[in-house]
Design a protein around this ligand. Structure first.
Ligand code: M6R
Length: 605
């Protein structure tokens, strides 16, 4: 995730900014840069790669009392020196750093280019600094305010101008930004760890607020210029928990980030008619006249692919095979014309997934990548990419990347269904339902205490089963993987109807069975399976929406989901399973973020 650090005051801006950025390194980034005011010039240094490369390029830090710095996690444009922030106006009078995604950057860029602005990068961010330049008439604050009225999307920005050396301007919407208060100096940062070693007194900016920082003062206003009285927040976290946003582990932080991740991934994907429209994604050309799809991935990403298979076959009526990459690469596939391969990979570096991609290319089959990392191997080699916008995932166990992957699967299914006239109403209805997802996932997160209590109760079990039918089976597989991966409890996922063909022999007194029951049309069948396991002494924990609670009454425990469309239920149903795995691992004193024997990115076969 991008990091922002800005400084104004009597100290030396350069080491203070670089130190702040170093404290944000744990968030992940691919390039870094700094802009400082020296005399009446803005000096910018930017470097792809680690912060140490930037520090080396700067050498002996020059003196400056105003500056902004940034660590970039690429979203628009590959990681490179050119795309790194800060970006500058044509006349180099203004410099800016930005976190977030500017949705309407293409339209704004076109307009600005026609007006004569010259762009140096491929980023959405550079549009903002040119927009500010366009409105600049010797008043940076006024120009920023005007620019904000034209910006759509999420942003946290910090801006300086060589003509106003006593001022640093910050503004935000849907992306975090805080202000650190010092003695004769003030800071702006995207996150508390950047400044916690300097001050524990902060203002937390709210959406649609703008702050003007000088060395001695911070004035906060809303976007309509009305003054805002903000209480100082005293940070009591130690630096290590501050990195995790106050959560005990990155995994828990990432689970809680999921509503925001869904909002980010949905950005720009719903057209003006209210239905999914991926025409701005650059992938649309691959989605036309497709007759067969292979979805190929590993681990959690494969589980997202299973949901993709259900969704695409149901909505677009195109045959789909979902395959494990390590199997796919060695199987003698019957390639047919008009086939598309979709690879899913959080890291974009998984060796087997990359090999499957190359196998498709060897047979002339185009590949669409769904990945979280811009500039990754998968992103570079695929014919088109859809990014998941989950931000860097630090815990080895994938949570927020998974939820964004399954959202992309639904978006793709809806896009592929567009040519079917009979799908029209369904597309519009489901597109509207997608917009409710962030709030619905937020509602599921409110059940955390109940899930934690269940994990505490069952922490000593040896073995667990996860059952489901249809989409619920795909979610059950993900729930079981999460549990075994981080808590080291044996967990098996089974298609509920398959149980009596063998694994039922393992069901014994006290074995927890987590039963996913979200598909109304399959509820009776699922209840029969629950009766089978209960008759053999299993303890059944049902995960079901409120409207099926009555039908699931004979389960021992229930975790209730909000009433969500059956078809989209995996996006909500997986959340309690993630929390269950997390708390089981905590109670069993496992190393949650770094489970034994596992690596975040599997770059070997
Ligand atoms: O980076 P990728 O999405 O390609 O990684 C695939 C799997 O290695 C990954 O999902 C793994 O299963 C996770 N650790 C599961 O939480």
């Amino acid at each position: 995730m991008c990091g922002i650090m800005g400084y104004i005051g009597s100290g030396n801006a350069v080491p203070l900014i670089l130190d702040g950025l170093a404290r944000l390194e744990y968030r992940g980034y691919d390039s870094a840069g700094i802009a400082i005011l020296q005399g009446n010039e803005i000096q910018v240094r930017k470097k792809e790669g680690r912060l140490s490369g930037l520090i080396e390029a700067i050498g002996q830090p020059p003196a400056a009392d105003l500056g902004i710095g940034h660590t970039r996690w690429a979203t628009h444009g590959i990681p490179s020196d050119r795309n790194a922030h800060p970006h500058q106006s044509c006349d180099e009078r203004i410099a800016l750093v930005h976190n977030g995604i500017l949705e309407n950057y293409m339209a704004l860029k076109k307009e600005l280019c026609e007006e004569g602005h010259r762009f140096k990068s491929e980023t959405d961010t550079e549009v903002i600094v040119h927009l500010i330049e366009k409105y600049y008439q010797d008043d940076l604050e006024a120009a920023v305010r005007e620019a904000l009225t034209h910006m759509q999307g999420s942003y946290a920005i910090a801006v300086i101008s060589r003509d106003e050396p006593q001022k640093l301007i910050a503004a935000k919407k849907d992306s975090p930004l805080i202000i650190g208060l010092g003695e004769g100096e003030n800071y702006v940062a995207s996150d508390i760890p950047a400044i916690l070693h300097k001050t524990d007194q902060v203002y937390i900016l709210q959406d649609e607020e703008l702050a003007v920082l000088t060395a001695d003062r911070v004035a906060i206003t809303d976007f309509s210029s009305a003054p805002v009285e903000r209480e100082i927040f005293k940070v009591t976290w130690d630096p290590v928990s501050a990195e995790k946003g106050g959560y005990e582990h990155f995994m828990l932080k990432e689970i809680h980030e999921q509503p925001r991740v869904l909002t980010e991934t949905l950005r720009g994907m719903i057209g003006e008619d209210g239905s999914v429209d991926m025409s701005g994604s650059g992938a649309e050309h691959l989605l036309r006249e497709v007759k067969k799809i292979y979805i190929v991935a590993c681990g959690t990403a494969y589980h997202a692919g299973l949901i993709g298979r259900y969704a695409i076959e149901k909505l677009a009526r195109i045959p789909v095979e979902a395959d494990i990459a390590s199997e796919f690469r060695y199987r003698d596939v019957l390639w047919q014309p008009q086939t598309l391969m979709i690879v899913i990979s959080q890291s974009g570096e998984t060796a087997d997934t990359l090999a499957a991609l190359r196998e498709a290319h060897r047979h002339g089959v185009p590949v669409l990548a769904v990945t979280n990392v811009v500039g990754s191997s998968v992103a570079r080699e695929a014919d088109a990419v859809i990014y998941t916008h989950a931000g860097p995932e630090i815990a080895v166990a994938s949570t927020k990347a998974y939820i964004s992957q399954i959202l992309v699967m639904y978006l793709l299914a809806l896009q592929l269904a567009r040519p079917r006239p009979e799908a029209g109403d369904g597309i519009r209805r489901l597109s509207a339902e997608l917009l409710k997802l962030p709030a619905q996932v937020e509602a599921v997160l409110k059940q955390e205490a109940q899930v934690k209590a269940l994990a505490q109760k069952y922490q000593d079990v040896q073995s667990t089963f996860f059952l489901g039918r249809g989409l619920d089976f795909a979610v059950a597989m993900e729930g079981a993987l999460k549990l075994k991966e981080i808590s080291y409890v044996h967990a098996e996922a089974y298609a509920a109807g398959e149980l009596k063909h063998g694994p039922l022999a393992l069901i014994d007194h006290g074995v927890p069975v987590l039963a996913l029951i979200t598909q109304s049309h399959l509820v009776d069948k699922s209840i029969s399976n629950i009766k089978e396991v209960k008759a053999r002494g299993a303890v059944v924990i049902a995960i079901c929406p409120g409207n099926l609670a009555g039908a699931c009454a004979e389960c021992d425990e229930q975790i209730l989901l909000p009433d969500i469309d059956d078809f989209l239920s995996p996006l909500a149903a997986v959340v309690p399973l993630q929390l269950f795995a997390y708390y089981m691992a905590v109670f069993r004193q496992a190393d949650v973020d770094k489970p034994k024997n596992l690596a975040k990115s599997v770059t070997v076969e």
